[in-house]
Design a protein around this ligand. Structure first.
Ligand code: ATP
Ligand code: MG
Length: 303
C-alpha cells in the first residue's frame, strides 16, 4: 500500500459516520468571543462591503513567470480538468450534497506536510477555477505569512492584509479585501509579518475575522494558501478553523511519516482531500489525483 493510500486509510478511521446533508437553512453555530464581536459589530460595514475602488489587475504573465500558471494553452487546459476533479467534492460539501454536514464547508485550506509540495500552485488554480462557478465568489487568502508568495506575485506587498486585521482591532476586515479584475475573485494579502502569528491565528479575533471575510451569504468561498503543517506552528492552528482541508502530497517528495504526522492535525469533523501532485502518472492523471478515504486503482510511489 502506498503512502497516500495508507494515509487515506488512516483518514477513513478518523471520519465519523455520514449524517444527513446540511440544508441551506441549517445555521452553523458561531462561537465568537462576545466582547470582540459586539464591539466590532457596532462599526458599519463588514468584509461583505468591499471598498469600491478600481479592481486590482491580476497579471497572468506574472503568475506564469512565477510558475503558478502553466505556460501554454495545452497545459492550461489539462490543468483545468485536473482542478475540476479537486473542486467537485469541495463544492458538493458546500452545497450540502456531500456525505455529511461540515462546520464551515466554505472555508477551504490548501496545505501540505513539508515545503515545496505545490500548495500555492494548487490554491491559486483552485481559486481561479472556483471563481468560474456561476454561483460563487472566491476569496483567496494568503495565510502563508512567512512566504507570502500569493501576495508577492500579485504585487500586493504594500496592501494591508490578514495579519494587519488580526493584530489591529481598529481595522475592519473589509479593508484587507482586494477585489480583482478576474470576475468573482477577491484576494486577502498576507499583510505585515508578525512575531505572534500562531497566537493571532489561535486568538478569538481570528474566528470573528474569518466569519466577517466569509460574509453573511453562502455565496463566498474562502481558499487559504497555508504554510506547511510540519514547518510552522500557525499552520495546524489555521487548519483547525477550516471545514475542508486539501492536503497536497508531492509525488516522490513527501515521506510517509511526514504525511502521517501532518494528518494528526486534522480532525474527524473536517473533510480532508489528499491531492497527489507532480506525479509521473499517465497524462489523464498527471499532476493531480484527488482522493478521499477510498481505495485507489492508481500506483502511487512509496517512500
Ligand atoms: N501541478 C503542478 N504542475 C506544475 N508545476 C507545479 C505543480 N505544482 C507545483 N508546481 C511547481 O512546483 C514549485 C513549488 O510549488 P509551490 O510554490 O506551489 O509549492 P508550495 O507548497 O506552495 O511551496 P512553499 O511551501 O515553499 O510555499 C513551483 O515552481 C510550482 O510552480
Ligand atoms: Mg507556497
Amino acid at each position: 500500500m502506498s503512502t497516500v493510500e495508507k494515509a487515506a486509510e488512516k483518514l477513513k478511521s478518523l471520519q465519523p459516520e455520514p449524517q444527513a446533508p446540511l440544508h441551506n437553512d441549517d445555521a452553523v453555530p458561531l462561537h465568537h468571543a462576545a466582547s470582540t464581536v459586539e464591539r466590532l459589530h457596532e462599526r458599519p460595514g463588514t468584509a461583505d462591503h468591499v471598498a469600491e475602488t478600481a479592481p486590482w489587475h491580476v497579471d497572468s504573465h506574472a503568475l506564469k513567470r512565477a510558475d503558478l500558471l502553466p505556460a501554454d494553452d495545452e497545459a492550461m487546459a489539462r490543468l483545468a480538468d485536473e482542478v475540476r476533479r479537486i473542486k467537485r467534492p469541495l463544492l458538493d460539501n458546500v452545497s450540502g450534497k456531500g456525505a455529511r454536514a461540515l462546520p464551515h464547508p466554505e472555508r477551504i485550506v490548501v496545505t501540505s506536510a513539508v515545503p515545496g509540495e505545490g500548495k500555492t500552485f494548487t490554491a491559486v488554480n483552485l481559486a481561479l477555477s472556483l471563481a468560474r462557478e456561476p454561483d460563487f465568489e472566491v476569496l483567496l487568502v494568503d495565510s502563508d505569512i512567512p512566504k507570502a508568495d500569493v501576495t508577492r506575485v500579485l504585487g500586493l506587498d504594500k496592501h494591508p492584509g490578514l495579519m494587519d486585521v488580526l493584530a489591529d482591532e481598529q481595522r475592519r476586515p473589509a479593508e484587507v479585501v482586494v477585489r480583482t479584475d478576474v470576475p468573482n475573485l477577491l484576494v486577502v494579502p498576507a499583510g505585515k509579518r508578525h512575531l505572534l502569528t500562531a497566537e493571532l491565528f489561535g486568538g478569538r479575533r481570528m474566528e470573528y475575522v474569518l466569519d466577517a471575510l466569509g460574509g453573511p451569504s453562502r455565496r463566498r468561498l474562502l481558499v487559504f494558501d497555508s504554510s506547511p503543517l510540519l514547518a510552522t506552528p500557525e499552520a495546524p492552528i489555521l487548519v483547525s478553523h477550516m471545514g475542508q482541508v486539501v492536503v497536497v502530497v508531492g509525488a516522490g517528495h513527501t515521506r510517509e511519516y511526514e504525511l502521517k504526522a501532518a494528518l494528526e492535525n486534522v480532525d474527524g469533523s473536517q473533510y480532508v482531500g489528499l491531492v497527489l501532485n507532480m506525479s509521473q502518472l499517465p497524462a489523464i492523471e498527471n499532476h493531480y489525483y484527488s482522493r478521499y478515504s477510498h481505495d485507489s486503482p492508481y500506483p502511487f510511489p512509496d517512500r
